[in-house]
Design a protein around this ligand. Structure first.
Ligand SMILES: [Zn+2]
Length: 159
């Protein structure tokens, strides 16, 4: 649990793991593609196959009200393009797009493909503390393969 001062320091960007150069996030996130104003990563926890995180690149911001309107336009486009790629590659039954920022308050979006019968179908995936959640990890090669498929879809959509 954060104290008010812990939280204030995180919001200001102290030791923010999502600020460049983002050393130290490779244990939890696999790079997929550099988008216009953000970077798409594949979550290592793949309980929801294709779960990605899109992180705003330009600087440390916590909320969308801190963005310039052009930044928001570009970020919205990145979210939309990432969502389309995930729909194309994973063919989920639904997709959740969420910005919480309670653990790392640097603006980022979770794109979570949802499948009928998944462990939290019918509700949000975060109904318990992260430590209590079911965790599915993939063999290393599968991260590379899945990231490659999503990247191909994104690059194909660009051209
Ligand atoms: Zn940051």
């Amino acid at each position: 649990m954060d104290s008010a001062s812990d939280w204030a320091a995180k919001v200001e960007g102290k030791n923010c793991p999502f600020d460049m150069p983002r050393t130290g996030i490779s244990s939890s996130l696999v790079p997929v593609h550099k988008m216009s104003i953000s970077t798409l990563f594949l979550e290592r926890i793949q309980t929801y196959r294709g779960h990605c995180v899109l992180i705003f690149d330009s600087r440390h911001v916590t909320r969308i009200d801190e963005l310039e309107s052009e930044e928001w336009r570009l970020l919205s486009e990145d979210i939309l393009n990432a969502e389309k790629a995930l729909i194309e590659v994973l063919r989920p039954d639904h997709i959740n797009i969420a910005s919480l920022g309670l653990v790392v308050p640097h603006l980022h979006w979770h794109l979570i493909p949802r499948y009928i019968g998944d462990p939290r179908w019918g509700g949000p995936i975060w109904t318990t503390a992260p430590d209590e959640m079911e965790k599915v990890y993939l063999p290393e090669v599968e991260y590379v393969t899945l990231a490659g498929k999503i990247r191909s879809e994104l690059v194909g959509a660009d051209s």
